[in-house]
Design a protein around this ligand. Sequence first.
Ligand code: GLA
Length: 351
Amino acid sequence: MSITISEFGKVSTGIAKLYVMKNQAGMTAAVSDMGAVLVNLYVPDKDGNMRDVVLGYDEPSSYEEINSIYLGSTIGRNGNRIGGARFTLNGAEYTLDQNDGRNNLHSGVNGYEKRMWKVADMDDSDTPSVTFELESPHMDQGYPGNATVKVTYALTADNKLSIHYDAVSDQDTIFNMTNHSYFNLNGAASGTILDHQVQILADKFTWADEESIPTGELVDVEGTPMDFREFHAIGERIEEDYQALKFGGGYDHNYVVNPGRETKTVARMKSPESGILMEVTSDLPGMQLYTGNFLEGDKVGKNGCRYGKRTGCCFETQFHPDAINHPEFEQPVCKAGEHYLTTTTYGFRVE
Ligand code: GLA
């Protein structure tokens, strides 16, 4: 219904702006050209009060300088880990930053989430939207091909935040982008998400080693604390003596949500306290459930809040981690000149 543009603050390359989209229901989503990040997401709770359900910062410089925990981040070119920080494509070997032990995480030290994007388009209609665009040159982060990457945030009249990615490169390359927002359906500064109930529509997850690199094995969730086919509180089984949970320090695993790559609901989360239910749809094969196990309260977030362990939960839709080194997984390779097109939505209602 409307888009309000304001100055967000200073970053190293100039002034970052904040674009606040609002729909008829009063839901708002604030995004910035600094990193194409999602900064605020105000959603009505069961009493009709608006709650900001994503973790973040008050200054754009924090997104640029201290956001090693990826609050609200647009991750690219590749989300999650690439084992050994190397891969082979069309017979050529490529080397990436080792920024997570000997592995590559979220494309290394020069992630898209730390860059200034330009605004390519804005639509101030009933479904307000903002499109950010980034030029990512050949060998940027170690990936081949000059790429043009676009991310469109749109807010629908029925309270869905849609995130659409459109990327194209002049050489075959990897595109596996995701949004790393941490959701807390009681509000960004309201404690842990352990009482939140989660449903993930997946029978299997990718087994990973102690470095969180998939072994290639797809393990049945049946009979394990990984089974979220029915709603379970996050805290119910997170401390169970189960190898995968020990390796991840909690939930930090990739679910096989959508092998057929349809557009469908892949997960839901609800909070009994606020009554807010979030529904995630995607057209990608995997989704990382990450329960904020590495949050340490060491960064100052919105309103001076320090986000401690498990105070937010991420639903990162993507190809499976390290897919490029696992030919048995669906490949995140995009051919030269073809468009990588994918959409994830986070929809909200009260229950
Ligand atoms: C992803 C990973 C986690 C962690 C976070 C960032 O979700 O799977 O292990 O690295 O990013 O802190």
